[in-house]
Design a protein around this ligand. Structure first.
Ligand code: HEC
Length: 284
């Protein structure tokens, strides 16, 4: 920007203010002139190549034929080209075979994550970590079984475990005995009166087994593993025994229902979710 000419010799426009303030006619600096010409040349070239000038109902199209929607479609097509072979494989393979193919299972995981977030996370939590009243999907304890086939069955048809309410048929004392017995099962604490009821008159064993370890055929949980479907406090256990689960005859019954997804997801979606759930950590 420095100009070595003596300012008093510089040509001026003849305008003088305040007696000695003159308007000079120096040319602008060279860098400025170059930048100025480069800019308008760039604008013209850009206008020839790309859409630029708005017209009444359209705009100039540019010789390259570029459009933003075209660019978007191209990138979608590129993605589809990558996904296509994976999606085709998932559609045709059994879930167990998807699990066995590491690359395919990784792809399925990534793709099912969004599906799980939309459809499932409100209940068992985003990572399958469980919520009060909803089972944990990331551990080894399964109500109906953690084999991939069982998981597919659960997602497809939903689940609705039934445990009858016992409050009307047993005295408060008997319910207390049962509660104490069940609460102590995990620690091996025995409670004779409770055990007699559990394995006898109250017929808890019919579903939960003589040893309380549950029965996956009917979704009766293992009561000895410290993993609680509802909560492991004596109050929660007493509540379940008194009012049952999904027992229509008891208005205070616990309601526990997993909806069926066969109506809202296609088989590929269900397979993807099953693989995802299996890989959350607890699949067997
Ligand atoms: C007809 C089968 C059946 C019988 C009989 C039965 N249960 Fe259950 N029980 C279930 C099912 C199924 C569930 C789980 C339901 C669900 O959450 O989907 C359950 C859940 C429970 C739970 C909650 C477990 C948790 O993880 O929170 C407890 C506690 C329990 N039962 C105790 C008993 C006791 C004690 C008896 C006997 C008085 C009994 N059950 C009788 C089927 C039965």
């Amino acid at each position: 920007m420095t100009d070595n000419t003596n300012p008093y010799d510089a040509p001026d426009t003849g305008h003088v203010w305040d007696e000695n303030l003159r308007e000079l006619t120096n040319p602008p600096p060279r860098w400025w002139t170059i930048a100025f010409h480069a800019s308008w040349i760039f604008v013209i070239i850009y206008g020839i190549l790309y859409p630029m000038v708005p017209l009444v109902s359209s705009h100039t199209k540019g010789v390259l034929g570029w459009t933003s929607i075209g660019e978007f479609k191209e990138s979608v097509a590129e993605l589809d080209a990558i996904r296509g072979p994976f999606e085709a494989k998932i559609a045709e393979l059994e879930p167990a075979a998807i699990l066995a193919d590491r690359e395919l299972a990784n792809y399925t995981d990534a793709s099912a994550k969004v599906l799980f977030g939309d459809r499932c996370a409100p209940c068992p939590g985003a990572g399958g970590q469980g919520n009060p009243g909803y089972p944990v999907l990331a551990d080894d304890a399964w109500l109906y079984g953690g084999e991939i086939g069982k998981i597919v069955e659960t997602i497809t048809n939903g689940r609705r475990g039934i445990m009858p309410a016992h409050g009307a048929r047993f005295s408060a004392e008997e319910i207390d005995d049962l509660t104490t017995y069940v609460a102590g099962l995990a620690d091996g604490r025995d409670h004779e009166a409770g055990k007699v009821l559990f394995t006898g008159k109250a017929a808890c064993f019919a579903c939960h087994g003589m040893d309380g370890k549950g029965n996956q055929m009917i979704g009766a949980p293992d009561l000895t593993d410290r993993i609680w479907r509802f909560a492991g406090t004596p109050e929660a256990i007493r509540q379940t025994i008194t009012h049952g689960v999904n027992d229509p005859s008891d208005p205070e019954t616990r309601s526990a229902e997993m909806p069926a997804f066969s109506g809202t997801l296609d088989t590929t979606g269900i397979k993807k979710l099953a693989v995802y759930v299996h890989r959350l950590g607890g699949g067997q």
